[in-house]
Design a binder for this molecule. Structure first.
Ligand code: ZN
Length: 231
């Protein structure tokens, strides 16, 4: 950002923190002031084995490690930020959040062996509607902080119904054969599945299953921006 831009931003088009409404005096793609940025509810999952996110996948799918960057609570500003990424200022916010996630992953010894970032894919029709896949934006952001390649071998071949009102069994049924995986990577490749918010985990689990069906020796880890309590 040039000095002129900073001047314009400060005096003509001031940007306000979405949490505390204070004017932001520097470039902030997350639309948060420095104070509110440091107040974001970090989970410390990447340093913590057997964390809450991993517990959610116990007994469902074999995996190496899993973690989310933030706790997600309905009505809290982390929800606002993710909503804005999906429906508003998508790109800049997705990259910025991805960079934060990438930094946390890079600092964790347990994720060092990851070979590829694998964004949870959208169905082509949904992609056309939205214009971008938020998981891909997050992966590009991760790459800016952590030097890992992005794998695009996973596809969403079935459009699924909205899952918010479904129980776990219904979700799994809804997602059955929703994803297809085709890849030339070596057998023991370690994939990091990336998504925005983890709720039931059914989507990311279905992605993992699609990979393991084709390559049972693959290693799967999972990372999301936020981890939601099941309400
Ligand atoms: Zn603030």
């Amino acid at each position: 950002m040039t000095l002129l831009h900073q001047f314009l931003r400060l005096f003509i088009f001031p940007v306000f923190c979405i949490k505390c409404s204070q004017a932001i005096r520097y470039s902030s793609p997350l639309e948060l002031c420095l104070f509110c940025l440091t107040e974001l509810p970090l989970t410390n999952h990447f340093e913590l084995q057997d964390n809450l996110m991993e517990q959610r996948f116990w007994g469902r799918i074999p995996f190496h490690r899993a973690g989310a960057l933030f706790y997600f609570q309905k009505g809290e500003y982390i929800q606002q930020i993710i909503y804005r990424m999906k429906y508003g200022n998508g790109q800049a916010m997705g990259f910025a959040l991805g960079r934060l996630l990438g930094q946390a992953l890079k600092e964790s010894a347990d994720f060092k062996s990851v070979d590829y970032l694998l964004p949870v894919p959208l169905h082509p029709k949904k992609l056309l509607e939205r214009g971008f896949n938020q998981s891909e934006l997050i992966c590009i952001g991760i790459q800016q902080a952590w030097d890992k390649a992005i794998c695009t071998d996973l596809r969403r071949i079935k459009q699924t119904k909205t899952q918010t009102q479904m129980g776990r069994v219904e979700r799994a049924k809804n997602l059955e054969s929703a994803f297809s995986f085709k890849s030339n990577h070596p057998k023991e490749t370690h994939y990091l599945l990336v998504d925005d918010v983890l709720t039931s985990g059914a989507t990311i689990e279905a992605c993992g299953e699609a990979i393991l069906k084709v390559n049972p020796k693959a290693r799967i880890s999972m990372a999301t921006l936020a981890f939601a309590d099941l309400w």
